[in-house]
Each structure stands twice: as C-alpha cells, then as structure tokens.
Design a protein around this ligand. Structure first.
Ligand code: TYC
Length: 102
C-alpha cells in the first residue's frame, strides 16, 4: 500500500530549519596606484594571512581586478571594509574594498 500524506516526508514537512546568518564576501579591488606592499600589509594585518598568502591574493587582485579576501558575518565584514578604507585613506591610496552577500 502507498504511504499516506501523514507518513510521506514527515521529516521534510516538520523538521525545524536551522537558521544560519547570511555571510558576506569582502572583496578587494585593483587600481593602478596603490603600492603592492601596502596591499600585502593590509592582507596580513587585517585578514590574518601569512606573507606568502598575502602576496598570492594581492597578485590575484592585480591580475584579475578583484578577489575575495574573506567571508564573514555582516558586522565583521562591515568592520573589515571600514578598516581597509580608513588605512588606505590615511595613506592617500585609492584602494577600494567592498562587501557582497554570498
Ligand atoms: N595594481 C597595483 C599596482 O600595480 C597593485 C594593487 C594590487 C592595487 C591589489 C590594489 O587591491 C589591489 N601597484
């Protein structure tokens, strides 16, 4: 006998959905003026990368125009973007950093 609706997909219909907060990608954008070593410094200090990782990601941005430098909660992503923009502004570099919902 075929299963009644009460039995079919009981789990699917009743299983509580685990709520996960949305995650945000932090993106670094290329430009022609920001020194490579400044970008490497930012990636080490604000994103916890090793020197080798930082060089690799910086070169990816340099060649491709943009790269994801981390994925965070909304609040942490906003803070990271603000920190990058503030350090760049202080040194008068045109470096741009943005965030995007994953
Ligand atoms: N393109 C820059 C240069 O040649 C280096 C650079 C890399 C700038 C990554 C920004 O997000 C960036 N000096």
């Amino acid at each position: 006998p075929s299963k009644g609706r009460e039995d079919v997909d009981l789990a699917t219909r009743t299983k509580p959905k685990t709520q996960r907060p949305p995650l945000y990608k932090v993106l670094l954008l290329n430009d022609d003026f920001t020194p490579m070593e400044f970008v490497v410094h930012i990636l080490e200090r604000l994103f916890g990368m090793t020197h080798a990782q930082a060089i690799e990601i910086m070169l990816t941005v340099h060649r491709k125009g943009v790269a994801v430098v981390g994925v965070f909660s909304h609040e942490i992503a906003e803070t990271k973007v603000a920190q990058v923009m503030e350090l760049a502004r202080r040194q008068q570099h045109p470096l741009q950093c943005t965030m995007e919902k994953e």
